[in-house]
Design a protein around this ligand. Structure first.
Ligand code: M6R
Length: 622
């Protein structure tokens, strides 16, 4: 949940570390710190608050050269053990100040370790689990930092990405990971570590992805790798082809609005190369027929033998999963279950090797999602991962990987990841339907055509964003906002309510519209805004009744429906129209005005949508 960086080379380390940390601030921003090894030995500087606070604190030292050094590590924190404070900020050191450690993850046996270390005379200064690691390494230190780290790792339980430096070993950084992400960047006469690729892009595209328990030892001119048993190993370099601008704001005020606007491009990337233009000719002959082609990800007919599809994820990705369930039922007529990963892992689910799991995670590093995937694999089921991050743990451990190709998503609130996850789910569901022989040629052709048009339609919605901006300006003070819909529209309501609450702190809820009369309507009064998502023609009449019911209780209403629909003209206070799509595919478009609404409400409320309180982008701990 935190971000870590490291640098060893010939340049001044501190500015490079600070820049890297800024790129990782989405992972946590309640405190930050750096440790550098220079002429003055090991120097640690840390501060409560974002990187800006740290920068201000060390501004003078940076200017007068006191912090000059060519090796260092850094950390931006999302607090788990101990409140955000200067003391609890990383790096943490041993008692003598010889060894400094930054850590992302949770040391689960930390209480036991702490008690043991205290018996050995260690006095703890912070409330963090990480401090125990620094003391432990010190206790094992016998002149060889690598050896000390290796011996300490044997005693650590839980998840960690660690970077360690020592005053007595000033020409290398030791880095290791288990269940928390860590990437090594290879430069020319310099090497880097980071929790995520965007922190490296300015310096290098050549990276090594560490596997669980692997150790990297970074020198200026080389990187050595060791497996969990301490044996030297060789690792292959991967090349990242994101352009550096992809991880920048590019003139936008926030990453979130940039990423909302990137959806047309992202949707095209998710679809590209997965449609085969000349898959045959139609029955009349002559007209080429298109098909879904998932050979690229290794999806063949054996996958369609499944008895059941289980889709598991957290947060926004879980909302995509709910839509996936409906899509599988509609297009492939296969039984589909959907589970919140954090729930799934603690129940006693019934699954068998004939089930197929689809595990969705933008980051590919969400702890609960990974645990659910591992359970699925243990039960003998095959797993398809839908993820945005190449080389992520999910991508590495799944049987098949379908990348969303959305480009880096930096904002905490997930937007383009969601719509591209949907695109991937629709493609798999359609292909399942074809392979199972339940999808007619007509419906396939209609659906493919629609998928190909989605990007342009998303663009059209975005051109009309001022309409939503004005709407937000009128309603951002509303204390309660409810989103309602049925089936696909209900799932979009869930995602819309999450977006609004996480960045604007507005109390928002989603209801399956048919449930309104079973309780939620008691909450509706003049202070309520109800957004009704109405994109399924057969349900228009039902939705219209629900809209009238909430209006009768004083709510203001906004309806999101197609641009050729007048059904709600009498009942809705306001209507936002989106281009028409076959009903089941509409979530890729109907979510966009809701994302925009959440964004503009946050801005109207004077909040930073990229840094919502208490949240971090990747939940790599439980
Ligand atoms: O990286 P993941 O897709 O696994 O992340 C899952 C959730 O943590 C994430 O979607 C979260 O709910 C977002 N903040 C929602 O905007």
């Amino acid at each position: 949940m935190c971000g870590i960086v490291g640098y060893i080379g010939r340049e001044d380390a501190a500015p490079i570390l600070l820049k890297g940390l800024k790129k990782l601030e989405y992972r946590g921003y309640d405190s930050a710190g750096i440790a550098i090894l220079g002429a003055g030995g090991l120097t640690v500087r840390k501060s409560r608050g974002g990187i800006k606070n740290l920068e201000e604190k060390i501004e003078a030292e940076l200017a007068n050269g006191t912090l000059a050094a060519s090796i260092g590590i850094g950390h931006t924190r999302w607090a788990t053990h101990g409140e955000p404070s200067d003391i609890n900020a990383h790096p943490h050191t041993d008692l003598s100040g010889n060894i400094a450690v930054v850590h992302n993850g949770i040391i689960e046996n930390y209480a036991r370790l702490k008690a043991w270390l205290q018996k050995h005379g260690v006095v703890f200064r912070s409330e963090t689990d990480t401090e125990a690691v620094a003391h432990l390494i010190d206790l094992h230190y016998n002149g060889d930092l690598l050896q000390a780290v290796m011996e300490s790792l044997i005693r650590l339980e839980g998840s960690y990405a660690l970077a360690v430096v020592s005053r007595d070993d000033p020409d290398r950084i030791i880095a290791v990971r288990k269940e928390s992400p860590l990437v090594i960047g290879k430069g020319d006469g310099e090497n880097f570590i980071a929790s995520d690729v965007p922190a490296l892009l300015e310096y290098t595209r050549d990276v090594y992805y560490l596997l669980d328990r692997e150790i990297a030892v970074l020198y200026r001119d080389k990187v050595e790798f060791y497996d969990g048993d301490g044996r030297r190993i060789e690792k292959n370099i991967a090349h990242v082809d994101w352009d550096a601008g992809a991880a920048e704001k590019d003139g936008y005020e926030h990453f979130m609005i940039k990423e909302i606007n990137e959806q047309p491009k992202a949707l095209t990337s998710a679809l590209r190369a997965r449609i085969q233009a000349d898959a045959g000719q139609d029955a009349q002959g002559g007209v080429p027929v298109k098909a879904v082609n998932l050979e690229e990800i290794g999806f063949d007919s054996s996958w369609a033998q499944a008895n059941r599809v289980v889709i598991t994820a957290c947060g926004t990705a879980w909302h995509a999963a709910v839509i996936g369930k409906y899509a599988f039922e509609r297009y492939s007529r296969i039984s589909a279950d959907v589970d919140i990963a954090s729930e799934y892992r603690y129940r006693n689910p019934i699954c068998n090797p004939q089930d197929i799991f689809i595990i969705i995670s933008q980051s590919g590093e969400t702890a609960d999602t990974l645990a659910a995937m591992r359970m699925a694999k243990e039960s003998g089921s095959r797993v398809i991962a839908i993820t945005n991050v190449v080389g992520s743990t999910l991508a590495r451990e799944a049987d098949l990987v379908m990348y969303t190709w959305a480009g880096p998503e930096i904002a905490v609130a997930s937007t383009k990841a969601f719509t591209t996850q949907l695109m991937c789910l629709y493609l798999i569901a359609l292909q399942f339907g074809v392979l199972r022989g339940v999808l007619s040629g007509d419906e396939l052709a209609k659906s493919i055509k629609a998928l190909e048009e989605v990007s342009g339609q998303a663009e059209k919605i975005l051109k009309d964003k001022e309409t939503i901006q004005r709407f937000a300006a009128r309603h951002f003070t509303k204390s309660k906002v409810f989103f309602m819909g049925r089936l696909f529209d209900y799932a979009v309501s869930l995602e819309s309510a999450l977006k609004l609450k996480e960045i604007s702190y507005t109390h928002s809820e989603a209801f399956a519209a048919g449930e309104l009369k079973h309780g939620p309507i008691a909450l509706v009064d003049e202070s309520t805004l109800v957004v009704a998502i109405c994109t399924q023609t057969v349900l228009f009449e039902k939705m219209d009744s629900n809209i009238k019911e909430v209006k009768a209780r004083g709510a203001s209403t906004l309806v999101i429906t197609y641009d050729d629909v007048n059904y709600f003209d009498q009942s809705a206070d306001e209507i936002f129209r989106i281009p028409r799509l076959p009903d089941g595919l509409s979530p890729m478009l109907s979510i966009i005005p809701c994302q925009l609404y959440a964004y503009y409400c946050a801005v109207q409320r004077g909040l930073d949508p990229d840094k919502p309180r208490n949240l971090a982008k990747s939940v790599t701990v439980e």
